[in-house]
Design a protein. Sequence first.
Length: 278
Amino acid sequence: MKLRKVSGAAAATLVLSLTTTACGGDDDKDDVGSGGGTIKIGIKYDQPGLSLKKPNGSFAGFDVDVATYIAKELGYQPDQIEFVETKSADRENALSRGDVQFIAATYSITDERKQRVAFAGPYLLAHQDVLLRADSDISEGTDLNGKNLCSVTGSTSAQNVKNKIAPKAHLKEYSSYSECIAGLQSGAVDAVTTDDSILAGFAAQKQYKDQFKLAGLQLSNENYGIGVKKGDTRTVDKINKALEKMVRDGSWGGAVIRHFGRAHYHFELAPKIGDIKS
């Protein structure tokens, strides 16, 4: 499989296809959008470029910008937003308990998750990819055979690479992607694999300027959606309208360039997901 060079896209050409189809259910409960008090939004705290809690306590990233825009359209100002750390394993529970009103946290829409969660969007189509050092001589997917490939413990990403293109790659599991990136920088590993949006977020950080490159393997499709409590159709409708407006007025494209421009990351159009059955 050939590796392709990824390139930046002009904000004017960034278009996102979003569905406004709501899922069925009881739409009289759990409605969000009065604009009163505060709104709690679930995000990750440790994904540069997507959602990162900075040392001063503020938050930055593409998911943060998307969440803030949605909250504004629901009637909440930035000082009315409480960002709540929502780890992958607890996302469904956080929504069902009412800990957060919605989640924007690289939350891939899957059939299994739709049994427990309603989704708005998608607002982004990502792919599993591989991050390499800029001077890497890896030019084919099969070149990963015999190389040290890093992913986070418990992730299926590295095994996916072995199954599809490089059965003789040596898997190295670290506890975080930050450790994988450090290993890539030092030469302890030859490649890091997970969603390309996450990899681009790291590569775009100033301290890593021009050190890394994305391979562009597109090993999977990951449709990121906004997670909402099961049955809350009104909030799904409102969030879809907010996402459509964010794309239409150019805010979505601006956020892409702001957070991923240094990584020369090409964001694909997000497809319609059709009727999401709740």
